[in-house]
Design a protein around this ligand. Structure first.
Ligand SMILES: Cc1ncc(COP(=O)(O)O)c(C=O)c1O
Length: 398
């Protein structure tokens, strides 16, 4: 099938939530993907930060084949060996003692919200039900997580939203302090706001949240769906910033492309979720957790967080050089391999032109083109991406 014929059928059969587009991706290898017409793209969108080992990594492919021939799905009414091993890797390389597996980032955050409330009810004060979240955050599309997502465009048409959320301002500790009262149970925050424009925490901000949480008996939860599993230059984003949360939500890179999410916590927090309190039919099934184990092992054994740190610095420096050349570049945002080039004004045709030239990226609301290449990306790929951007900017912004 061609791009056009796939688009025609999609228009007929698929709900239009993602809008119209012209490309159908059908094959991938490493940092590259190919569309149905055979055109090759350097994939720096990485399935929105999911393909941490690139496309069709041999170890992932081998694991899927092996596990598919062994056991694909069983119920959590029985123990699952691959799930246990994936959890062990997460626990042995983080602050957490216990893990719950689910299927997506939204579902992971949904579990985090339930855990914060249940912890307050069982261990602090049953009247504490409110959770502080942040302007421009993104936590998912279920009714609770889209309420926690403080971008009004995602709320339109879905009222009434869920009760129990209060909105503070990212990087403003006073705004958080002002919201804390005898109904507050916890704080949910992305250590780097991704979807909201790639906003880095200012020095002291996450430390300040930790202090406020401790002083007021609140749980501090980090949504690391995007920042987790190596992307910021450490295994977990919180390690990059040196601030330990009470709960972490994961997804995206956790499965390297298979749908999986998780949340994890210290035993003293996790213990409030006893038998029957939370579940997911597919959560942590043998197929996805076998892949998760392979992905995490590869990230750790090959020091891919280190590569993300080094390549992130190289990429950021290369983007900054474009800033010296073109007036419309406002700066570079992000950390590790969550990066964006921000423009002073809408970069207009550049957004589509770079894709036509074979570089996959995506423009966010604050005039930023975002990049999340695989964690094993090499400097030659970065040179290629920057070269494409350079040519496009020379044509349209020079
Ligand atoms: C920080 C963050 N949290 C949660 C989500 C939602 O994840 P999912 O789309 O897997 O439900 C996303 C997705 O982009 C995200 O970036």
């Amino acid at each position: 099938m061609s791009n056009a014929s796939i688009k025609k059928l999609a228009t007929k059969y698929i709900m239009n939530t993602y809008g119209e587009r012209d490309i159908a991706l059908v094959r991938g290898e490493g940092c590259y993907v190919y569309d149905a017409d055979g055109k090759r793209y350097l994939d720096f969108l990485g399935g929105l930060g999911v393909n941490c080992l690139g496309h069709c990594h041999p170890k992932v492919v081998e694991t899927i084949k092996r596990q598919a021939e062994t056991l694909i799905h069983v119920s959590n009414l029985y123990y699952i060996e691959t799930q246990v091993r994936a959890a062990q890797l997460l626990v042995e390389n983080s602050f957490a003692d216990k893990v719950f597996f689910c299927n997506s980032g939204g579902e992971a955050n949904e579990g985090v919200l339930k855990l914060i409330r249940k912890h307050a009810k069982d261990k602090v004060d049953p009247n504490r039900t409110d959770i502080i979240v942040f302007k421009d955050s993104f936590h998912g599309r279920t009714l609770a997580t889209v309420t926690a997502t403080r971008q009004p465009k995602y709320h339109v048409g879905f009222a009434p939203m869920m009760p129990g959320f209060k909105e503070a301002v990212f990087n403003d500790l006073n705004s958080v302090n002002a919201l804390i009262d005898d109904k507050t149970a916890g704080i949910l925050i992305e250590p780097i706001q991704g979807e909201g424009g790639i906003n880095n925490p200012e020095p002291g901000f996450l430390e300040g949240l930790r202090k406020l949480a401790d002083e007021n008996q609140l749980l501090l939860a980090f949504d690391e769906v995007h920042t987790g599993c190596g992307r910021t230059g450490s295994f977990m984003g919180y390690q990059t910033f040196g601030v330990e949360p009470d709960i972490v939500a994961l997804a995206k890179s956790l499965g390297g492309g298979v749908p999986i999410g998780a949340f994890m916590a210290k035993a003293s927090v996790a213990e409030v979720l006893g038998p029957g309190t939370h579940a997911a039919t597919f959560g942590g099934n043998p197929l996805v957790t076998a892949v998760c184990e392979t992905v995490l092992t590869t990230i750790l054994e090959e020091d891919l967080p280190g590569n993300a740190r080094r390549m992130g610095e190289y990429f950021a420096a290369s983007l900054l050089k474009l800033g010296e050349k073109y007036d419309n570049v406002a700066g570079v945002r992000g950390k590790g391999l969550i990066l964006g080039i921000q423009f002073k004004e809408d970069p207009g045709p550049v957004t589509h032109d770079v894709i036509d030239r074979g570089l996959l990226t995506y423009k966010m609301a604050n005039n930023t083109l975002r990049f999340h290449p695989p964690l094993n990306v090499e400097s030659t790929h970065i040179d290629e991406a920057v070269g494409i951007l350079d040519s496009s900017l020379a044509k349209h912004a020079g």
